[in-house]
Design a protein around this ligand. Structure first.
Ligand SMILES: O=C(O)CCC(=O)C(=O)O
Ligand SMILES: [Fe+2]
Length: 371
C-alpha cells in the first residue's frame, strides 16, 4: 500500500540553494554534503569522452512528419532501438516552435531570479510536489539536492492549484499554457511512434491512458563551490510514461544516465529535447523498454536550468503488462495496479534510483528485474 500522509512530515529546515550561493561561502551545509558512497565522482564523468556520451541516439522528428514511407520506417526502427537499448534519446526537428522554447526558458529563469519572498508565495508544502521548493523530502535527516524546483500540474485542469500559478514574471501562465499544449502534442505523437515500433496499433497508448496527466517541473541548479560533495538531483527513474526535458541554452552538461554501470553525461544538443522512458512504459511492455536511472550533477561555475514535462496516464487507469508482452516464456514481471496509487507512492517517497518501481514488481528469484 502507498503510505498515506496524514500530517505533513517534519522535514526540518531547508535552506534555499540560491540564497546559499549568494553568501559566497565555500562551506557547504551538512545537509547537502553526501555520504562518500553517494558523491558524484565528477572526475570519472569528466574523463568519459564526448564521443561516448554522443552515442545517445538522436531521432529526427521531421522524418516522421515529412519523410517518405521508407524514411518513416527507418526512423521508427531507430526509435524502437533507442527505447530498448537506452531508454533515453534526443529528438531534433520536433514540432515545438523555437520561440516557445526561448520564451519558456526566459520566464522560468525570470521566476527563479525573483526575490525569495516573492517565490515563497508559491510554496511547495512538505510532502507535496507542486510549487516552489524541494520535492521528495520526507524527513529531517534526509540529504538535500543542490536544486530549486518549481513544479505545476498542467492537465487535467482540475489538478491545477491556481494559488501556485505566479503573477510574476508577466505572461508566465500564458507561456506555460502554450508550451504545454505543444509539448502535449509532441508526447502524444511520440507515444504513437513508440506504439508502432512495438508493433502495436498507433493509438494503443492514447486509448489506454484516458485523460492523460501532464506536469511541468522547472529545475534550477545554481553553481556550487564544491560540486564533488553534492548532488544536483538524486538518482531516480521517472514515474511517467515518457518525460520531455529541455535544457536551457548555455547550460553546462549536468544530466547523467546510468548505463552499463557507468554514469554517462548527456551532451545537450541545441534546441533538441531529451526524451526518456518512464516507469509506466516499463510496466506496460513487461520490461521490454525500461525506465533508466538518471541524476543531475552540479557545476562549479555555471548555473543550469531545465524544464521537464512528465506525461502519464489518467489516475483512474488500471495498468499492468499488456498481453502482447506476456507469454509462458516471459511471464508478467509486474502486477496490475491503479496508476493514481502508483503516482501517490512515487510522490510520497524520496528519490532512490529505481526503488519506487518495487511497488509493481512481482518478487521472484527468476525475475532478473527484481533487485
Ligand atoms: O535536470 C535534469 O537534467 C534532470 C531532471 C530530471 O531528471 C527530472 O526532473 O526528473
Ligand atoms: Fe527525471
Amino acid at each position: 500500500m502507498a503510505p498515506v500522509l496524514i500530517s505533513p512530515p517534519n522535514v526540518g529546515h531547508i535552506d534555499d540553494v540560491q540564497e546559499l550561493t549568494k553568501t559566497k561561502s565555500t562551506t557547504i551545509p551538512e545537509r547537502f554534503v553526501r555520504d562518500a558512497t553517494e558523491r558524484p565522482e565528477l572526475s570519472a564523468a569528466k574523463t568519459t569522452t564526448p564521443s561516448h556520451s554522443n552515442d545517445m541516439p538522436i531521432i529526427d522528428f521531421s522524418k516522421f512528419l515529412n519523410g517518405n514511407t521508407e524514411d518513416f520506417q527507418v526512423e521508427i526502427l531507430k526509435l524502437a532501438s533507442a527505447c530498448r537499448e537506452w531508454g533515453f534519446l534526443q529528438v531534433k526537428n520536433h514540432m515545438v516552435d523555437q520561440k516557445l522554447l526561448d520564451s519558456i526558458e526566459e520566464i522560468s529563469k525570470d521566476f527563479f531570479m525573483l526575490p525569495l519572498e516573492e517565490k515563497k508565495k508559491y510554496p511547495m508544502a512538505p510532502g507535496t510536489v507542486q510549487g516552489y521548493g524541494q520535492a521528495f523530502v520526507f524527513s529531517e535527516d534526509q540529504k538535500l539536492d543542490w536544486c530549486n524546483m518549481f513544479a505545476l500540474a498542467i492537465e487535467p485542469h482540475w489538478m491545477r492549484n491556481p494559488n501556485l500559478w505566479p503573477n510574476r514574471p508577466e505572461r508566465f501562465s500564458e507561456t506555460l499554457d502554450e508550451y504545454s499544449r505543444e509539448v502535449r502534442n509532441l508526447c502524444q505523437k511520440i507515444l504513437e511512434f513508440i506504439a508502432l515500433g512495438l508493433e502495436l496499433k498507433e493509438a494503443a497508448f492514447s486509448e489506454m491512458f484516458g485523460e492523460a496527466v501532464q506536469a511541468v517541473r522547472m529545475n534550477y541548479y545554481p553553481p556550487c563551490s564544491r560540486p564533488e560533495l553534492v548532488m544536483g538531483l538524486s538518482p531516480h527513474s521517472d514515474g511517467s510514461a515518457i518525460t520531455v526535458l529541455q535544457q536551457a541554452k548555455g547550460s553546462p552538461v549536468g544530466l547523467q544516465v546510468f548505463r552499463d554501470r557507468t554514469w554517462i553525461p548527456v551532451q545537450p544538443i541545441p534546441n533538441a529535447f531529451v526524451i526518456n522512458i518512464g516507469d509506466t512504459i516499463e510496466v506496460l511492455t513487461n520490461g521490454k523498454y525500461k525506465s533508466v536511472e538518471h541524476r543531475a550533477v552540479a557545476n562549479e561555475e555555471k548555473d543550469r536550468l531545465t524544464i521537464v514535462t512528465f506525461y502519464a496516464p489518467s489516475y483512474e487507469v488500471e495498468l499492468g503488462p499488456m498481453p502482447e508482452f506476456v507469454s509462458e516464456e516471459n511471464p508478467s514481471k509486474y502486477r496490475r495496479y491503479n496508476h493514481g496509487e502508483y503516482s501517490k507512492h512515487y510522490t510520497t517517497n524520496k528519490l532512490q534510483g529505481k526503488r519506487t518501481l518495487d511497488f509493481a514488481m512481482i518478487q521472484s528469484d527468476e525475475n532478473p528485474n527484481y533487485k
